[in-house]
Unconditional design. Structure first.
Length: 289
């Protein structure tokens, strides 16, 4: 089996997310790493987001996926056209202003987005992510970005991250998919490692959670994910999941095959500063450490 590769090992390459992603795992990496399986073959991450865990683990073989088309297009462009991407994103950053931001955001409403090349779309995506409020990427029911302009003096573009991530993606066997998370793990087999980082269960959940659709991931979808994790475990796949530390988790993952580990993570994305700080999360595994 292929052993893990760790980002902090001396002599290894380093990599970090090229975008800021809500729910990203940068603040939870040490805890996640303590629960990695000792050995595995391929790595699967069906909700890749900014890819902090992938870029910490640096596996030799991986399949990554997300439902977000713009995000996955950006990952593909980082792999295929990093220098052109850097040039275009820097152009956006040099022109940054509230008026400029709103004009670029408008491209998914006035038809410009459909005429953009893959690298132009990726540059727009990264710029809006960096210049928008708190690094959010949020769209309305029509798929149009509606994040307001963020408070910043200068847009910070992660040039080194783009180059380092490109180097990792082209020197390793990394397959990039876009679609349903379930389809991304169909080929997972014994001794592969799957990490699920889905939209979290709301901390302040109510009875209405059964119809929670902000990210299209309500109670039914959480139950489907749990069932898939069990199916994979039955095939000998090593499964790790993360989620909010809420009572519902204990109910959903009461099956003895699951091991629930309670951890603390620092979260900074909240409109009210006094609500930022450490929050309870869980790391769930189908294997013992």
């Amino acid at each position: 089996m292929i052993g893990m590769k760790r980002m902090k090992t001396e002599g290894r390459m380093t990599a970090a997310p090229f975008v800021k992603w809500v729910g990203g795992k940068r603040q939870l990496l040490a805890e996640l790493a303590s629960y990695y399986p000792q050995k595995f073959n391929r790595y699967f991450e069906p909700f890749i987001g900014g890819g902090a865990n992938l870029l910490n683990l640096l596996p030799e073989k991986a399949i990554i996926n997300d439902f977000n088309e713009e995000l996955i297009n950006a990952w593909q462009v980082v792999k295929d056209q990093p220098e052109k991407l850097i040039s275009l994103v820097n152009d956006h950053a040099d022109n940054d202003s509230k008026e400029y931001y709103l004009n670029i955001r408008l491209a998914d409403r006035d038809g410009r987005l459909s005429k953009m090349s893959a690298v132009e779309r990726a540059a727009r995506f990264i710029y809006l992510n960096k210049a928008g409020f708190n690094g959010l990427w949020r769209v309305n029911s029509k798929g149009q970005n509606n994040v307001p302009y963020g408070a910043h003096k200068k847009v910070s573009i992660s040039v080194d991250a783009i180059r380092n991530d490109h180097h990792y993606l082209v020197t390793h066997d990394i397959e990039i998919l876009q679609g349903d998370y379930r389809d991304a793990v169909t080929s997972a087999e014994q001794d592969d490692f799957v990490y699920f980082d889905p939209p979290y269960i709301p901390v302040n959940q109510t009875a209405a959670f059964t119809s929670y659709t902000k990210d299209g991931f309500g109670l039914i979808q959480q139950e489907e994910l749990r069932d898939l994790a069990l199916q994979l475990a039955d095939r000998g796949v090593k499964v790790m999941l993360s989620n909010s530390d809420v009572p519902l988790i204990e109910q959903l993952y009461a099956n003895r095959q699951f091991h629930i580990h309670h951890v603390q993570a620092r979260r900074s994305v909240n409109s009210k500063g006094n609500r930022r700080g450490k929050v309870g999360e869980v790391i769930i595994t189908t294997y013992k450490i």
